[in-house]
Design a protein. Structure first.
Lengths: 338, 137
């Protein structure tokens, strides 16, 4: 089993796990951008009432677990997924999977993950990794964030699988079941559905907090932060925004680059040049997110701090919102009948 | 982002692994590049840790003045909030909230104290008498 498993490093943990696990059931044509696009991974939301690590909660991607679920569904692959109440049961089930030759994806918390640098260990429970075998008393682990495979002791693995707090994994593990071979048509349909679902998520969710309107809403809030929170806390909030946007697992630019890469790859399956031009627009959106991050850094590092600087930050986000809206409107004009 | 614009500012993650970035090559085609980190993000992470340090210092001060039980200090040191601590100890959130009051904490049974001590990875003695005069941790 060990020899058959190939470690893949990815920008985002769930994409990486999806690609690797699909590999284990013989589906080798799904790349990270394809998984991200078919799973309609691009998103934005700001939930002002929810606090993460004492800061505001932003997300630049869909709910954890959805990318894997949607991609597998598009390819007509069944997923086995289990959570456990009992730790020893969770271990036995994992062992049985490994004995049967399944590599399994596990949802884990990163706070007790020993190979992560200390600076990155927060109580964040939506990380994904693959356990693909055992060697002595250690479990062999393929973490898509890492360049190389690594390993965890039984205790360490149990601890991260049963991390507590928001989104606690409760030992969750999942793997795809081998099924029918994946046809070109499935991938084409998956891409089409993925893009259309993403248009819906970004443009048509009612309310101000999700999708493009969520970016606008954030822009408006940021302008008020200096007034309402004071410069110190406002800087902290901006730092949180940048961390959610650029931290490991986003591929940079809050996933926009991965989506641009997806549209380029999609062009090979649906030769409509609109995909290429929109891809270029998403690259610009990613660049703008990064420019905004540089500007935000000026604020939280104390170089900038006037109200006009916060207004400027809001302007960046408004520009991004406009650009991404145009992108998805362009995508909704694609003629899928060719 | 163009491939040659992928940042290489060594940060804390760079010591352990490099991360995959998506960037375009000369012809505008997407490819991946490995980044060692970016100053802007490192700065954001620093800000987060400064905030944590400030919270721990504030908690230490509160415990010293007798306004909160030592649990507050350990909870902040482990970056936990009441929900996470309740999850790990198996207490309800309202119980944890009560235990943060010094008067209630003083009457906790040995068994309950051991539960907290186990989660915080300290002895019961250390839990009850935290070394809060030291600037460490």
């Amino acid at each position: 089993m060990t020899k058959a498993f190939k470690h893949i490093q990815a920008a985002h943990c769930e994409n990486g796990v999806t690609v690797s696990l699909l590999n284990t059931v013989g589906v080798e044509r799904i790349t990270e951008p394809l998984a991200f696009g078919i799973g309609s991974g691009l998103f934005f939301t700001y939930i002002p009432l929810l606090k993460v690590n004492n800061g505001p909660a932003f997300a630049f991607r869909t709910m954890p677990g959805l990318i894997f679920k949607r991609t597998c569904r598009a390819l007509d692959i069944r997923i086995r997924r289990r959570r456990f109440r009992d730790k020893s049961e969770a271990k036995q089930f994992l062992d049985r999977c490994l004995d049967a030759g399944h590599a399994v994806g596990c949802q884990v918390g990163v706070y007790y993950l020993p190979y992560f640098p200390k600076e990155y260990r927060f109580h964040f429970n939506a990380h994904n990794l693959i356990v693909f075998g055992r060697s002595g008393d250690r479990y062999l682990v393929s973490d898509p964030i890492m360049e190389e495979p690594t390993s965890l002791s039984e205790y360490e693995l149990e601890r991260v699988r049963f991390a507590r707090g928001v989104l606690s994994p409760r030992g969750q593990l999942y793997y795809p079941e081998p099924g029918k071979p994946v046809s070109d048509e499935m991938i084409r349909t998956g891409i089409r559905h993925g893009i259309r679902r993403n248009i819906r998520d970004m443009l048509h969710i009612p309310g101000p907090v999700a999708g493009v309107s969520g970016i606008r809403y954030t822009a408006r809030r940021i302008r008020k932060w200096r007034e309402t929170l004071g410069p110190g806390k406002a800087g902290l909030y901006l730092a949180q925004l940048v961390r959610m946007q650029e931290e490991i697992g986003t591929g940079g630019g809050g996933f926009r680059y991965i989506y641009a890469a997806f549209l380029q790859e999609a062009h090979a399956w649906w030769p409509d040049d609109l995909l290429l031009t929109t891809s270029a627009s998403f690259t610009r959106a990613g660049d703008l997110w990064r420019d905004a991050a540089v500007h935000a850094a000026g604020i939280y590092k104390g170089r900038l701090g006037a109200q006009s600087d916060f207004d400027r930050m809001g302007d960046y986000l408004l520009e991004i919102a406009g650009l991404e809206k145009d992108c998805f409107l362009a995508l909704s004009k694609i003629n899928w009948t060719v | 982002m163009k491939k040659e614009e992928v940042p290489h500012d060594p940060g804390s993650l760079g010591k352990v692994t490099r991360e995959v970035c998506y960037a375009t090559d000369e012809e505008g085609k997407y490819t991946t590049a490995l980044s060692e980190g970016w100053d802007v993000k490192a700065g954001a992470l620093d800000v987060a840790w400064e905030d944590i340090a400030a919270r721990i210092a504030a908690a230490r001060e509160k415990v010293r003045r007798g306004e909160a039980s030592p649990l507050l200090f350990y909870m902040e040191s482990k970056l936990m909030d009441i929900g996470v601590l309740a999850g790990y100890t198996g207490f309800w959130k309202w119980q944890v909230r009560r235990h943060l009051r010094p008067a209630v904490f003083a009457k906790l049974s040995d068994r309950r104290l051991r539960r907290y001590a186990g989660v915080f990875e300290v002895g019961v003695d250390e839990l009850v008498h935290p070394n809060i005069h030291d600037k460490g941790i």
